[in-house]
Design a protein around this ligand. Sequence first.
Ligand SMILES: [Zn+2]
Length: 478
Amino acid sequence: MADDRKGLGVTPQGEDFSAWYNELVLKAELADRAPIKGAMVIRPYGYRIWELLQSELDRRFKDTGHVNAYFPLLIPMSYLQREAEHVEGFAPELAVVTHAGGEELEEPLVVRPTSETVIGEMYSRWISSWRDLPVLINQWANVVRWELRPRLFLRTTEFLWQEGHTAHADEADAMAETLRMLGVYAEVARDVAAIPVVPGEKTPGERFAGAIATFTIEGMMRDGRALQSGTSHYMGTNFAKAFDITYQDADSTLQHCHTTSWGMSTRMIGAVIMAHGDDKGLVLPPRLAPYQVVIVPIGRDAEVALAAERLAADVKAVGVRVHVDGRDATPGFKFNDWELKGVPLRIELGPRDLAAGTAVVVARVGSEGKQTVELAGLAAALPARLDDYHDTLLARARGFLDARRDRVDTWEAFAARVTDGWADALHCGRPDCEDDIKAETGATPRCIPTSGDAETGTCIRCDAPSAWGRRVVFAKAY
Ligand SMILES: [Zn+2]
């Protein structure tokens, strides 16, 4: 694989999905492996996707009343130990600083795996009255979780994310916040990444360490596996008790705050790659595409080059991200390269087109093929065309999900469905039964969908009475 990195081809998905993914991340120049095992270098093309995702998320966080702040990278080890489940959950993944300034430290410092603890400590200092609530803060940061089986974007030792941390007077307000942010994630997945996700609650075995309830959005990748793409947690008063986050209520009684946290990370780029990509390479949703349109001038004609630049200026003026590919390479090479990189629309412009006052437009995905379009009015029509393209990708992904997600009522149907899709099944809720299903099929409970119909019966695996009052989505997952 490494020897073929100069070529543009990738292993077909149907042959080896995992090889397809690994080769594509490298060849599309999204990311590269870092000198430290498990770490990742995000290359400019991949980083631009992250910046676009960031700005879409950040705008929505601010629209829902949140503000950004920054907390330290290094956290005293004793902070993590204050919440028992939290430290137990994160202990195997921690990177710890024991020496600094040429000396052994009195207390080891943890490189943050997440920031509930240090933020909890600060909230205990900042909050004293019901008038201080709610506190709605988000942080954009890197975190470190030592990773033994790394995969670029999906599981890396260091990754980028945002972590929202909020404090509220009571459970109702904190739970409303938890679900509001789950809704923001589902909206960003659908309206920005063109991924139809299933929002739901995790079963206890998949909960965040220290949370009372964990909610997730799950997307289907093109091998039928699920990818957890964003999570939102209700912590109850667990962290408030560990960090003494209290307030005086209107009757001057001391109360513990109810807290939440929620995060989406660079893992979402992995979701975009695997939810839309095909054998030719990436298929980027327009709202996350570094270049939404690439213009390829055909031939070495100076007039064509000039016309391409003029067209690019018009395209830019309507707010579309555009690039003119003036490289000294054949058109065929350039077409393949931009297909590999998933650019939504390609415009080909040659001397004959120019003489006729037209250009050729080709969409990365869709049934239109090559379309000859009048140059006049071409730029103005692009924003709507890109919106249509987003809708096409979303509909395609939804069709794929619907075709591979079934309600199943027998163990045989369950086992068959989860080989390359999702099964909605009744489950008893017992952790050992979940383990048994995982051992037999590789599938795990992804979530109890927030919008499922009420239903009870017997467990798909062990015939015990079902729990949760509705069906659970099971799938193999990343
Ligand atoms: Zn069971």
